[in-house]
Every structure is written in C-alpha cells, then in structure tokens.
Design a binder for this molecule. Structure first.
Ligand SMILES: NC(=O)c1ccc[n+]([C@@H]2O[C@H](COP(=O)([O-])OP(=O)(O)OC[C@H]3O[C@@H](n4cnc5c(N)ncnc54)[C@H](OP(=O)(O)O)[C@@H]3O)[C@@H](O)[C@H]2O)c1
Length: 261
C-alpha cells in the first residue's frame, strides 16, 4: 500500500467531542488535514472547531447522533459540498456497557451494535462513492483489542468490535483492488471519557485502576499508521501479547479471562 500525505487530506472523523476522536482531529489538523468532525455534544464540537480554526485548519462540523440515517446523510452532503471527494474516513465513535450479558436486556445489545457496528457500516456505504473519487483513500475503523479477544462483563461491546474487525477484513478485500485501503486500529484501555459514558455500569472491571494509554498517544500512532498504509495496528505491547496468546493458547487465555468474570 502507498505512503500517503496527511497535508491537504480531505478527512471525516466521527466521535470528536472527546477522547481519541478529539485527539485524532487535533493531530490530523496539526499535519495539515482538511476536516469534517461530528458527535452529539454541540458545545464540545463548537469548541473544537474554534480551536482548530484559530490554528488555521479548514474544519466543518455536523452535530448529531451517528445512528440516525439523516445525520449520516448530512455528513455525506457536507463532504460533497465542502470537499467534492473524501480521502480519509475515520469511524471512531463508540460506546460500551459493563455487566454480565444474562443480567442485561436486548436494548443494551441493540444500542451498542447500532453505534459501534451498524452506524460505521452504513456511513461507509454512503461514502464509498466519494472515497472512490479520493486521493489514496482510506477507511480507518477504530476497533479494540476486544475485537480480537473476548472477556466477561463486556460481551455486547466485544461482539460489536469483533463484527467491526470481520467487516473491516472483508471490506479490505472488496475495496483494495479499487484503490481504497482499510485500516483496523485496535487500542487497549485508553484514558478518555469512555468509561464515564458507558450505557450501563452494573459491575466493575478491576484492570481499569491500572490506567491506560493516553488518547493522544492513540491518535499519534493511528495517524502514523494511516501515513504508512498499514492494514491493522494493535497499539500496545500488552495488547499484542494478549492477542497472540489468545491465538496460540485460547484455552489458557479463556481460563484466566473467566476468572475475571
Ligand atoms: N477508551 C478505551 O479504553 C478504548 C479502548 C479501545 C477502543 N476504544 C474505542 O475508541 C473509540 C473512541 O472512544 P474513546 O475512548 O475516545 O471514548 P469517548 O471519550 O467516550 O469518546 C466517544 C466518542 O463517540 C461519540 N459517540 C458516542 N455515541 C455516539 C452516537 N450515538 N452518535 C454520535 N457520536 C457518538 C461521543 O460523542 P457524543 O457523546 O458527543 O455523541 C464521543 O465523541 C470508540 O470506538 C471505543 O470503542 C476505546
């Protein structure tokens, strides 16, 4: 795959009101990208637009819920009007929940799948024609180490990120020959608002107290992988070790994971 320039890249990033998405917008702006940003919290998006405009970035915004078809249509219209084509689509918006599957209801599963899987899939479908007109276009899907390894108390989230992983691999095969690359980014635990924003917290995850990587570090590594045209990145040594251990010794990893539940 080709080495690509960020300078001038026409880019859409979802989930920019906090955490990884906001840091991605900042890092991409620093490297000269032209941006469309989106999320539901209007004030946060307004602040980001102001900050990056002050620094000389071309930035536009669409405020709304990514699970609504009308919001995804508005994003496609914004790309068409402002850029005419798209070079980078970053599907980052995501949500989780903590607690056992058996104690939750269907709504929790459906909400998580809507935000983490159906919304990015349908946004991508709407934007493929604009990506096909782009320069070295790339779709970047922000997954998780939990899109490679299952753990207890996050079953719906794990399912959504495995779905995103499988879909990314299939899409890469379909779109690669047409010149559209697909990168799957798999962060480990990251310091952001993610665990404050979970849909439900019916339990606790003991490893959260260990902290995690910064959202800024995730953004920088992601932008580097975009430039180098990677297929997939797992961002921490611990994440890589867990994914490889699970591939090589699934019963051992399964045994220790079940003791967390
Ligand atoms: N934090 C971690 O430990 C971790 C680890 C691995 C992977 N990830 C992944 O990284 C991505 C970013 O998460 P983060 O850690 O940066 O969490 P975060 O700070 O909570 O950011 C999540 C972003 O998604 C947006 N969002 C959520 N639901 C939305 C909806 N229905 N419509 C539109 N936007 C929505 C939020 O904006 P609004 O609320 O303003 O809409 C926010 O901007 C997610 O896909 C997450 O699964 C996170």
């Amino acid at each position: 795959m080709a080495w690509r320039k960020i300078d001038g890249a026409r880019t859409l990033v979802t989930g920019c009101s906090s955490g990884i998405g906001r840091e991605l917008a900042r890092e991409l702006a620093r490297q000269g990208a032209r941006l469309i940003v989106t999320a539901r919290r209007e004030e946060r998006i307004r602040e980001l637009v102001h900050e990056l405009q002050e620094a000389g970035t071309e930035i536009h915004s669409v405020v709304g819920d990514i699970t609504e078809p009308g919001v995804r249509e508005a994003l496609a219209t914004s790309v068409e009007e402002h850029f005419g084509a798209l070079d980078l689509l970053i599907n980052n918006a995501g949500v989780g929940a903590i607690g056992h599957f058996a104690k939750a209801d269907e709504l929790r599963l459906r909400k998580i799948m809507e935000v983490n899987f159906f919304a990015p899939a349908e946004l991508t479908r709407a934007l493929i024609p604009l990506l096909q007109r782009g320069t070295h276009p790339m779709i970047v899907n922000v997954g998780s180490v939990l899109g490679h390894v299952g753990i207890p108390k996050k079953s719906e989230y794990v399912a959504s990120k495995f779905a995103l992983h499988g879909w990314s691999d299939a899409l890469r095969c379909e779109l690669g020959p047409q010149g559209v690359d697909v990168l799957l980014v798999s962060p480990s635990t990251t310091k952001s608002e993610f665990f404050d924003n979970v849909l439900e917290k019916r339990d606790h995850l003991p490893w959260l107290s260990l902290g995690g990587q910064s959202a800024r570090a995730v953004a920088r590594k992601t932008v580097r992988a975009i430039r180098w045209g990677s297929y997939e990145i797992i961002l921490t040594p611990g994440g890589k070790a867990l994914v490889w251990a699970d591939r090589l010794f699934p019963t051992v990893v399964g045994y220790f994971s079940s003791r967390l539940g």
